[in-house]
Ligand binder design. Structure first.
Ligand code: ARG
Length: 460
């Protein structure tokens, strides 16, 4: 129909339900900035190449800038039956400047246009999320710096294993979020490729200057195959996967914070501003923020799986199925951007209950390995030492005491090579601070790790 940009070959209007069904403007309008930027570069190139009159190119560019302004000032209402952001903007342009506007789409298809827009959009968002991750890394280092002497139990199988420090535990998350930031930077390389010129699928006969457009838009290269240029959504899936991994790390951390906030652990307490109460139980203080972050991880994973599934059976080249890439990736982006800042504030305002952490590290025989190592240093083979300490632990359980609470006489019942120096050798502080090899929890090692981490952040 005449009112559609593609209406020439149609003799009937689109069914109202189909207009609503087909339309993506509800969600793709958020790419208006990228769409306009892309069109400005395309029009400029068309003018330079003499494909359209340079006067027209100038009119297009000027009006696109006005449209951008108007959108930003809330002066524009998008239309459902103009389908998507690409055709909405083209329609506004044409309504305003007539024939010149109608020349903008020369040598271009919405298929390569949408591929361009989504790449630009994801690159912009990647940058935002990178900044949030860098802030998270800083917060973690700051908190770790205050807790290099805060001894806490380390766990395996959620059973107390060996003492570490809270700083060491935090710096484990530094490593995870550091990889997340690195992964984002790496994925950008594959997003940073300019697809315009792919046309609908088979490129174009117009002498487009693709390299010029790429340069104008700050891309580092152009796509090398027109079919792939319009069909590829690997970069969306890769981004969704990066976001899922970020959420996985946040969720693990939150799970620990939830556990540690319980009365049973009492290692931390969330600030009142980051907790909520119960409508019936007056005593309750719930770690809702951490729980919600853990909960929202599910939707981000779901979007990754949704995207993979949407793409798995699509023949080359463009198919409308691919319009379904937007809501999942947009929601994943929104979710991560919602979670990271609130997580940082929750972390930096929580109270760390050092005494309970220390008490926790004393139960559960977390220094048993160190007793064995002590015996090894006195000449016993490790396997024998392991067996001796096993017996000590059985005795300690029966008598309800910790290994460092044994009297000398008690120690001697298990091995006659034990001397008075054992008490110092198996104290929690020694257990932690003797583990000074690279990657260990010793205070000096962790301080060095924090220093290196801060230098790393500076360079990002
Ligand atoms: N809104 C569409 C999308 O997101 C734009 C491309 C439409 N192309 C087409 N030939 N129908 O995928």
């Amino acid at each position: 129909m005449a009112d559609k940009l593609w209406g020439g070959r149609f003799s009937k209007s689109t069914d109202k339900k189909v207009d609503d069904f087909n339309s993506s403007i509800r969600f793709d309008k958020r790419m208006y900035r990228q769409d306009i930027k892309g069109s400005i570069a395309h029009a400029t190139m068309l003018g330079r190449q003499g494909i359209i009159p340079s006067d027209d190119a100038k009119k297009i560019v000027d009006e696109l800038k006005n449209i951008l302004n108007d959108i930003e000032n809330g002066k524009i209402e998008f239309l459902i039956d103009a389908e998507d952001i690409h055709m909405n903007i083209e329609k506004i342009l044409t309504d305003r400047i007539g024939d010149a506007g109608k020349r903008l789409h020369t040598g271009r298809s919405r298929n390569d246009q949408v591929a361009l827009d989504i790449r630009m959009y994801l690159m912009d968002e990647t940058e935002e999320i990178r900044k949030m991750l860098i802030h998270t890394l800083t917060i973690i280092c700051d908190l770790a710096f205050d807790h290099t002497e805060t001894i806490m139990p380390g766990y395996t199988h959620l059973q107390k294993a060996q003492p570490v420090t809270f700083a060491h535990h935090l710096m484990a998350y530094f490593e995870m979020f550091k990889r997340d930031e690195e992964r984002l930077r790496d994925s950008i390389k594959r997003t940073n490729v300019m697809p315009l010129g792919s046309g609908a699928l088979a490129a174009t006969t117009y002498p487009l200057d693709r390299e010029f457009v790429a340069g104008e838009l700050g891309f580092s290269g152009v796509t090398k195959n027109s079919l792939d240029g319009v069909s590829d959504r690997d970069f969306v899936i890769e981004f969704a996967s990066c976001l899922s991994i970020i959420m996985m790390h946040l969720s693990r951390f939150c799970e620990e914070l939830i556990l540690w906030s319980s009365n049973e652990f009492s290692f931390v307490e969330m600030d009142d501003a980051f907790s909520t109460g119960s409508s019936i139980m007056p005593q309750k203080k719930n770690p809702d923020v951490a729980e919600l972050i853990r909960g929202k991880t599910g939707r981000v994973y779901g979007h990754l799986m949704g995207l993979l599934t949407t793409m798995k059976g699509i023949p080359l080249a463009y198919n409308k199925d691919m319009q379904e890439d937007k809501e999942p990736i947009f929601d994943s982006i929104d979710t991560v951007k919602l979670c990271l800042p609130v997580f940082c504030d929750m972390l930096s305002t929580m109270t760390v209950k050092k005494d309970n952490m220390l008490k926790g590290s004393k139960g559960g025989f977390t220094n048993a390995t160190d007793v064995a190592d002590y015996l090894v240093k006195k000449g016993l083979p490790f396997r024998e030492a392991h067996a001796v300490v096993g017996k000590m632990v059985a005795y300690a359980i029966l008598n309800d005491k910790a290994l460092d609470e044994f009297s000398e006489a008690e120690f001697l019942q298990f091995s006659d090579i034990i001397e008075n120096d054992i008490y110092d050798a198996i104290s929690m502080t020694t257990c932690v601070n003797d583990r000074k090899i690279i990657g260990g929890p010793a205070k000096e090692t962790v301080l060095k790790a924090i220093k290196e981490a801060r230098e790393y952040i500076e360079k990002l």
